[in-house]
Design a protein around this ligand. Structure first.
Ligand code: PXP
Length: 243
């Protein structure tokens, strides 16, 4: 089975810094530590309200990370302009609403509703940036991602993570697996993430064709008690666990 990459999302290091609007804790230092502990990618979400990651962080991250910078953002002209300027290795386009605590689900692509996504995807790809779309694990969304020209889909795992009881969990995992098979058939690279933690990640990492999991909150929360390096290393170990 190929290696499942770990993308560590450092947004919540910036959330803590922004609580005082000072310089510590520094997300760029966190990125360095996470990479040294085995993170394959560093993930961050530049929100329109700049509640955590700031524009200056992106410039600093790009300087430090020669590879593996994965930027999440909404499909808004001003955000795409920033992405084109920063040139991350990946952009994951996510839905964003002002009052949400965190991203609430995948892009709404039902009924062929794609807005400007096809143009955005083309602009980013033409600039050499890999593009993934954050989608719910549904065939219609995966097919749309393919039709729109995305390189990858990131399947939203929040329903799986919220599922209580073995039966419900199994159903949600099966949805992820089926969407994963379809993505693979359509030659889309398969990523997944959102609300994954140390107790629920292994079955998702073992989904056939899975290439990358993006995980933030659980790793940063654990790092408060054990340090970032061991928290990342432990997540990396779980991703490498054989079935
Ligand atoms: N993937 C996407 C598209 C996200 O928006 C987020 C949250 O920023 C994550 C993964 C990471 O989610 P969590 O912090 O719950 O691990």
């Amino acid at each position: 089975m190929p290696h499942v990459k770990l993308g560590v999302n450092i947004d919540h290091v910036a959330t803590l810094r922004q609580a005082r609007k000072d310089v510590d804790p520094d997300p760029v230092s966190a990125a360095r530590v996470a990479r040294s502990a085995g993170a394959d990618l560093i993930v961050c979400h530049l929100r329109q309200d700049r509640r955590h990651i700031q524009d200056k962080d992106l410039h600093a991250l790009r300087k430090v990370l020669k590879t593996g910078l994965h930027l999440e953002l909404a499909d808004r002209p001003e955000m795409i302009k920033i992405a084109l300027d920063i040139q991350p290795d990946w952009v994951c386009i996510v839905p964003e609403t002002p009052d949400e605590v965190t991203t609430e689900g995948g892009l709404d692509l039902k009924g062929g509703k794609a807005g400007s996504l096809d143009k955005t995807i083309k602009r980013l790809k033409d600039a050499g940036v890999g593009v993934s779309l954050f989608v719910d694990p549904e065939a219609v969304a995966v097919r749309m991602a393919h039709n729109l020209g995305a390189d990858a889909v990131e399947l939203c795992t929040s329903e799986y993570a919220k599922a209580v009881g073995r039966h419900k969990q199994h159903n949600e995992l099966e949805k992820l697996e089926l969407a994963g098979y379809l993505a693979h058939e359509l030659k889309l690279e398969l990523h997944a993430g959102h609300a994954l933690d140390y107790s629920n990640v292994v079955p998702v990492a073992q989904i056939p064709h899975m290439r990358c999991l993006n995980i933030g909150f659980a790793v940063i929360a654990r790092s408060l008690f054990m340090g970032l390096k061991p928290a990342v290393a432990e997540m990396k170990r779980l991703l490498q666990q054989q079935p």
